[in-house]
Design a protein around this ligand. Sequence first.
Ligand code: SAM
Length: 323
Amino acid sequence: MEDQFQRQIEYLRISVTDRCNLRCQYCMPAAGVEWIPHEQILSFEEIHRLIRISTQIGFKRFRLTGGEPLVRKGIIDFISRVSQIPGVEDLMLTTNGMFLPEMAYALKAAGLNRVNISLDTFNPERFRELTRGGDVNKVFQGIFRSLEAGLKPVKINVVVVRDFNLHELPKFLELAQDHPLHVRFIELMPIGISSDRRGEFVPIDEMKEILGLQGLELERGQIGSGPAEYVTPAGYNGSIGFISALSRHFCNTCNRIRLTADGKLRPCLHSPKEFDLREALRNGSSDEKLRKLLMQAVWNKPVEHHMNEEAWQGSRVMSQIGG
Ligand code: SAM
């Protein structure tokens, strides 16, 4: 359906859990994370119902994220049920990749179309440090297992943090050159725990300069219809993308809303305004009532975010909202 600024909103990102097996330094604190109590997290039945209802107002594309979606028990069975809902045209997952070596084939068999895998460094020790315990070799195994399983296109999300991985960007180009992988460089967003890390921010123009790609024409939405702008240098098996939520925000083409792990609809990642669907789901609301709430959230999507001007201290952490 269309929002009040004539954008077609057809993409729902769903945080299926706020739990994660990693603790990326820019995403979560090392300790003391306040987990959402289990009974407040939407059940798979509740999420399934919302997806089914959302297809009736034109939602077609669904991304499961978190937290880490693959840590939630029963996720494969859930995917298999969601993939059978009429109107679900594209079912995707964002993951840190640690469980993909053993799960990629089962995910494909369950009806998942494709995966985005987060990877910010090639260096095993620095990966362990950044993620506070992750194993980069597992992520690489997961990437190639996903390609083999046909979860395509496989996209790699690289959040660029000035003092951490700027020097590794050229190595990521090689990944897209040698393999059919779509590597997307993402600007660090000042959200949750990263709201005071503005000094680490690298604008995409600077990334392109470092990569020697500043002269190349970028095309939006060439692979999928998300906010990335892509370039496919000659001879590459994959492509290079850039996602800029700050230096060139893409609000005028934003086609998504989000469902938080505890059942709040969030029309914009960067605006605290939320619509409580959990309350409606649990007080016996009809499908019609839920459909109206979904439509209200879409209609109230803000024209643009104000992340550049405002501090988001105290806002929820990414894993609750679904990064
Ligand atoms: N656990 C999954 C994963 O690692 O991909 C899904 C959830 S994670 C919150 C989704 C994405 O958000 C990851 O690619 C992560 O790097 C990104 N992310 C987290 N905090 C961010 C920030 N402050 N700015 C930009 N991206 C961020």
